[in-house]
Design a protein around this ligand. Structure first.
Ligand code: SF4
Length: 198
C-alpha cells in the first residue's frame, strides 16, 4: 500500500494520484519506487477522495508548516480531491499549501481552474522542463497538442491570481537552454528555480 502522505526533507507531501497526462522521459516514476520517507509511491489502486481527506485529517503535522501536493502523478488530474484536501490543510490544520504541477491542469479539466486553486493554494511550482515548444514536446510527451503554450498560459494565470509562482527546471539542461529558460522567466516575471537532478 503506497503512502498518501510522506515526508521529504522539511516538508510533508501528498501523493494523491498516480494519474498523469504526460509521459516525461526523465520521470522519476520510471527510476525508483519511493522518495523520502515513502518506500513506494505507487498506489495499488488510486486512493479515493475520502481516504485522502481522512489521511490529511489524521496526520500529525507537528514540526511542519506546509503541505505540498506532489507525488507519483499529476495532482490536477484529481482536481476535486486536490481542492478539498488543500482546504482541510489550510482551514483545519493551519498549514500553507503548495502545488507542484506540470501546468496542464486547465487542459485536463476543460476550464480555467486557476481561480479555484487560488482559494486554497498558497504557492505553485510549474515544471518548465524545456525552453521551447519543440523540446517540451520531446521530453514531456503530453497528451495534448501545444502543451508548452498551454503550460506557459497556466503559469501566467497563476502568477496573476496566486502570485507566489515559480518555474522549475533541472540542471541537466544544456547551458544554452538554461539561458533561454532564464529569458522566459524574465519576460513572464515568474522566478526560475534550477533544481539539481538527483
Ligand atoms: S508530469 Fe511528472 S509525474 Fe507526469 S510523467 Fe512528467 S515527471 Fe512523471
Amino acid at each position: 500500500m503506497a503512502d498518501i502522505l510522506y515526508t521529504y526533507k522539511n516538508s510533508v507531501y501528498a501523493n494523491i494520484t498516480n494519474k498523469c497526462n504526460c509521459s516525461c522521459t526523465f520521470c522519476i516514476r520510471s527510476l525508483k519506487d519511493g522518495v523520502g520517507s515513502a518506500d513506494t509511491l505507487w498506489h495499488e489502486k488510486n486512493p479515493s477522495k475520502e481516504e485522502i481527506l481522512q489521511a490529511v485529517r489524521d496526520y500529525d503535522f507537528t514540526g511542519f508548516d506546509e503541505l505540498v501536493f506532489c507525488g507519483y502523478g499529476e495532482p490536477t488530474c484529481e482536481l476535486e480531491t486536490l481542492l478539498a484536501a488543500a482546504k482541510i490543510a489550510k482551514e483545519e490544520k493551519g498549514l500553507k499549501t503548495r502545488l507542484n504541477t506540470n501546468g496542464l491542469g486547465n487542459e485536463e479539466n476543460g476550464r480555467d481552474i486557476v481561480p479555484e486553486l487560488a482559494e486554497v493554494i498558497d504557492s505553485v511550482s510549474v515544471s518548465l522542463n524545456a525552453p521551447d515548444a519543440a523540446k517540451y514536446q520531446e521530453v514531456t510527451r503530453p497528451r495534448y497538442d501545444n502543451g508548452f503554450v498551454k503550460m506557459v498560459d497556466f503559469a501566467t494565470k497563476c502568477k496573476a491570481k496566486i502570485g507566489d509562482v515559480k518555474w522549475s527546471i533541472v540542471d541537466v539542461l544544456p547551458e544554452e537552454d538554461i539561458e533561454k529558460c532564464k529569458k522566459i522567466s524574465k519576460e513572464t516575471g515568474i522566478e526560475l528555480r534550477i533544481r539539481h537532478y538527483s
